[in-house]
Design a protein around this ligand. Sequence first.
Ligand SMILES: Nc1ncnc2c1ncn2[C@@H]1O[C@H](COP(=O)(O)OP(=O)(O)OP(=O)(O)O)[C@@H](O)[C@H]1O
Ligand SMILES: [Mg+2]
Length: 242
Amino acid sequence: MIEICGVSKSYNRGMVKAVDGVNLTVQNGEIFGFLGPNGAGKTTLIKMITGILNADQGSIRINGQDIRENPIEAKMQFGFVPDDPNIFSRLTGIEYLNFMADVYGVSPEIRVQRMQKLLERFEMSSAAGDLIQSHSHGMKQKIIVIGALLHNPPVWILDEPMTGLDPRSSFDLKEMMREHAEAGKTVFFSTHVLEVAEKLCDRLAIINKGRVIFCGSLQEIREHALENQSLENLFLELTENE
Ligand SMILES: Nc1ncnc2c1ncn2[C@@H]1O[C@H](COP(=O)(O)OP(=O)(O)OP(=O)(O)O)[C@@H](O)[C@H]1O
Ligand SMILES: [Mg+2]
């Protein structure tokens, strides 16, 4: 469960208000989609949830652990896939995964099993021995996803996770997200692909200029929207420039 209460964040000494008084609760057992135009504040909010940035105002708890007050306990609750997979490029995939397993205290026996299973699932078993800098964008993305899941976190936080993945890997990841939610755990992800959001999410929020302008289930969207209005039309209408 992720609880976001009254969170705001400005950049450049208050010149850019990136996130403006956001309240959201992501329940256990749900896939929650986070949508919004470029620059709406999605990544900024995700960086605050994951403790990369401090909020100017408000509080965030992950499975009851406050990210500011108990950062280590809070971070043990989630696995995070950032929007940019260009990290640790001079390590091999396997070195990176072992590093992640060390950070999260995953025992040698368990890490080997999980790595094997995940590398096979994403067809990365042979490429994982190569330097990350030699990987394609999608391969880097897969290694990051595997690294984020090695400690078996109850909460998944994914910033545009499908970007660069081929159709099979994207399908597999979506299936894994569904399995995770069905096991009573939490998935929070941002996306620009409305079809994915429509098919995958139990609930979603649309953010524009730092504010949540819609939050609800697909059912509620259909009730909110005009007859037969698609998520695309609703998105365009809600995020239209004044
Ligand atoms: N490090 C930074 N310094 C200054 N301004 C920033 C910084 N990062 C983001 N911003 C600004 O904050 C606002 C929100 O950006 P953010 O990256 O959170 O948007 P986003 O919704 O993730 O967009 P996208 O869909 O393009 O990924 C934008 O106006 C952006 O210019
Ligand atoms: Mg972003």
